[in-house]
Design a protein around this ligand. Structure first.
Ligand SMILES: [Zn+2]
Length: 320
């Protein structure tokens, strides 16, 4: 989609963004351009017959006739905080490599922590991939699983052999991790993450076949669940049991580096991530990673285009 933008806008930092978006009307005009590109559409029925009213717009469709504004049906819907603050929050949440906590965001933007928490969850809703990523068309793919959770005492992270560490406590007792995440990454490309109840053939196999075209090259560790990959893919595994981590192209370094950023963010910034919200945090981390080659402004605009989703507070705390 082509978006004609104000030519004066060019921001690389938060002060520059806030400088540009000084007035709420500038934010609304800008967002209107991003959302509709000069052709307003009714968010209730999709009609392009739209009238301007004092407070926004009215649908011209006979059956509909509903009023709306540029934020109706978006993550900004029914929000009391100005778009300017929202834009700053999106900028901060998408540029901090390990994320930003609601406590920090509240302090940075002068809003309450409860508001910041809700804002961040709505932003995560916006960051969610709307169509499945395909990996492996341009480069080799690595697949691995990670365990998120457990208490701090038992937690080791950022280590090469983290997966083995997660199976035992410091005292050497077996430790049952709560939340398992499967990660598929294309070298120098994108990552796909999914929280699964267990790393069985069903969960792992369906995720890989959804995101990796048959015939691609996949590397994993020696977990038996990956043995079936030979049927449809060129597959090889690293022999961690023999202390071999890299053998030519055969390694899982890309996904392990990603796990390290994810875990440092989840434990260091967010401290505790409940099972019901884990998927949202995964969306956040993969969205940031997958847009790492864009400039701050390009990234901001890319996400803003995808902001047409509403996550009500009620749904957030009750249904998920
Ligand atoms: Zn309508």
């Amino acid at each position: 989609m082509y978006i004609s933008k104000p030519t004066t806008m060019n921001f690389k930092s938060l002060p520059q963004l806030l400088d540009y978006f000084k007035e709420e009307s500038t934010c609304r005009d800008y967002y209107q351009q991003i959302r509709w590109n000069g052709e307003e559409a009714c968010p209730h029925c999709g009609s392009l017959k739209v009238y301007t009213t004092k407070r926004g717009f009215r649908c011209g469709d006979k059956e509909c006739r509903k009023d709306f504004t540029v934020t109706t049906g978006t993550i900004f819907h029914n929000s009391n905080i100005p778009l300017r603050i929202w834009f700053a929050a999106i900028f901060l949440a998408t540029t901090h490599k390990k994320g930003i906590s609601s406590v920090q965001l509240a302090l940075d933007l002068g809003i309450t922590q409860k508001t910041a928490w809700h804002v961040l969850h709505r932003i995560r809703e916006m960051l969610k991939e709307k169509s499945p990523q395909m990996l492996g068309e341009n480069n080799m793919v690595e697949v691995d699983e990670a365990y998120i959770g457990g208490n701090n005492k038992n937690r080791h992270y950022g280590k090469k052999r983290s997966k083995e560490d997660y199976r035992f406590t410091n005292e050497g007792k077996p430790y049952q991790p709560k939340k398992m995440v499967i990660g598929i990454i294309e070298r120098n490309g994108k990552v796909v993450l999914k929280h699964v109840p267990s790393a069985d053939l069903n969960n792992v196999g369906s995720l890989i076949s959804k995101h990796v075209p048959k015939g691609s090259t996949i590397y994993s560790d020696e977990a038996p669940v990956y043995n079936h990959l030979k049927k449809s893919y060129t597959h090889d595994n690293v022999k961690h049991s023999l202390n071999i981590y890299v053998e030519g192209n055969v390694h899982t370094n890309s996904i392990e580096n990603f796990w390290s950023v994810l875990k440092r963010g989840l434990y260091g910034v967010y401290h505790q991530v409940s099972e019901k919200h884990l998927e949202r945090y995964l969306d956040e981390f993969s969205a940031r990673f997958n847009t790492r080659t864009l400039s701050s402004q390009e990234r901001f605009e890319k996400f803003l285009v995808e902001s047409e989703s509403v996550l009500s507070y009620k749904r957030l705390i009750n249904d998920l």
